[in-house]
Design a protein around this ligand. Structure first.
Ligand code: ADP
Ligand code: MG
Length: 358
């Protein structure tokens, strides 16, 4: 088994063109799991182009080691004062996922609101409309795609790239395929980001019409940096009707606005409860809060999804309800959300530059 010490030793032996080694201070972090290697090198931004051959050379050298399935070497900026990510809106790296026409991030202010449920069912609904759809589970603290899609095994490798899993008409990869939850929990921000970048650069994504990304919950540096590094078409913010969740949703909306990512709209999940026995509709948390909130902050409302036991059951069974029970109330609700998203994406493609008032 290849381990961190072996990788660090190989990095120590690595020589650049002039015969010198890499300064120890440059090695920001090294992570190894199941033969997957990630190394982060700290450099000044201005040096990135000059040092690209070094990055590539080191990556190839590590990839060539016995026991290494896949190696990624990334540059990170010098450890910056904590707040900097919030103030700079860097231009997105357009080369990431260049083969994907539209990238939609599904986000929420907090966990447990049904972000993954919406992401998965939105993705399969878009696929049912004939689009070529990818699903990337970037929720490092709670990857749920393998369970929700019913895909247990590890993805195959093609050369040094992961091959997305085929499931329910989607091409899918989860952060859960690359790192274990326990590993992710103790990682600092840069390592998390490296792992996420690996999902974009080291996965053999085919040409796709849409990529749906299940983001981690919240509005921290990970979400911000992804929003900055990816050319997102827009964000879908999932919320429940409870007021507290709506406050979180507002934070999510304003985060995307700050980094100039269009907010395609808000989805109200667990909107109301339909009794499976009598069919009576109960508005457990009060209903319509997300619609009112969307209107108040001036973003589109994309629809409401009822609270239904069948949604949870199909999620747990790995049979997303939008495909496994087409025509059901839940499937129709997700299809309506998908149609609203398609409408908003079309709008974003034709819209001119927008002015964001902060
Ligand atoms: N509309 C719904 N009706 C019933 N259960 C739901 C609904 N949306 C989500 N759930 C359930 O709630 C739990 C949390 O949903 P999940 O999508 O994992 O949330 P998140 O990704 O925001 O943490 C899961 O058990 C899921 O099956
Ligand atoms: Mg989730």
């Amino acid at each position: 088994m290849i381990d961190e010490a072996a990788i660090r030793a190989r990095i120590g032996q690595f020589r650049v063109a002039d015969g010198s080694g890499l300064p120890a201070a440059m090695i920001d972090s090294v992570a190894v799991r199941d033969g997957m290697v990630q190394v982060a090198l700290t450099i000044a931004k201005a040096d990135a182009a000059r040092l690209e051959p070094v990055r590539l050379g080191l990556e190839q050298s590590l990839a060539a080691m016995a026991g290494v399935r896949n190696a990624t070497v990334m540059f990170t900026g010098p450890r910056a004062p904590a707040a900097s990510a919030h103030t700079s809106a860097e231009p997105p790296a357009a080369t990431l996922l260049g083969q994907v026409k539209s990238i939609i991030a599904v986000a929420s202010g907090k966990g447990g609101v049904g972000k993954s449920t919406v992401a998965v069912n939105l993705a399969v609904s878009l696929a049912a409309k004939g689009m070529r759809v990818g699903l990337l589970d970037a929720d490092i603290y709670g990857p749920s795609l393998p369970r929700m899609l019913g895909t247990k095994g590890k993805p195959d490798m093609a050369g040094n790239q992961l091959v997305p899993i085929d499931a329910w008409g989607l091409k899918a990869i989860s952060i859960g395929h690359v790192v274990s939850e326990e590993t992710a929990m103790v990682w600092r921000g840069p390592m998390v980001l490296n792992a996420l970048m690996q999902l974009m650069t080291q996965v053999a994504w085919p040409a796709l019409d849409v990529m749906v990304i299940d983001l981690p919950p919240g509005t921290g540096d990970i979400q911000l940096t992804l929003a900055q590094r990816l050319k997102l078409t827009g964000a879908v913010v999932v919320s429940t009707p409870q007021d507290i969740a709506l406050l979180d949703a507002r934070r999510g909306v304003s985060m995307f606005q700050q980094v100039r990512v269009p907010v395609l709209g808000i989805v109200e999940n667990m909107s109301f409860f339909c009794c499976p026995n009598c069919g009576a509709r109960t508005e457990i948390f009060g209903h319509g809060g997300a619609r009112a909130e969307a209107a108040r902050i001036g973003v589109p409302f994309l629809g409401e999804v009822p609270l239904l036991p069948a949604i949870r059951e199909t999620s747990d069974a790995g049979t997303p309800i939008a495909v496994s029970a087409p025509g059901s109330e839940a499937a129709l609700a997700f299809m309506a959300v998908a149609e609203a998203v398609i409408g908003q994406m079309a709008g974003e493609r034709t819209a001119g530059p927008r002015i964001v008032i902060e």
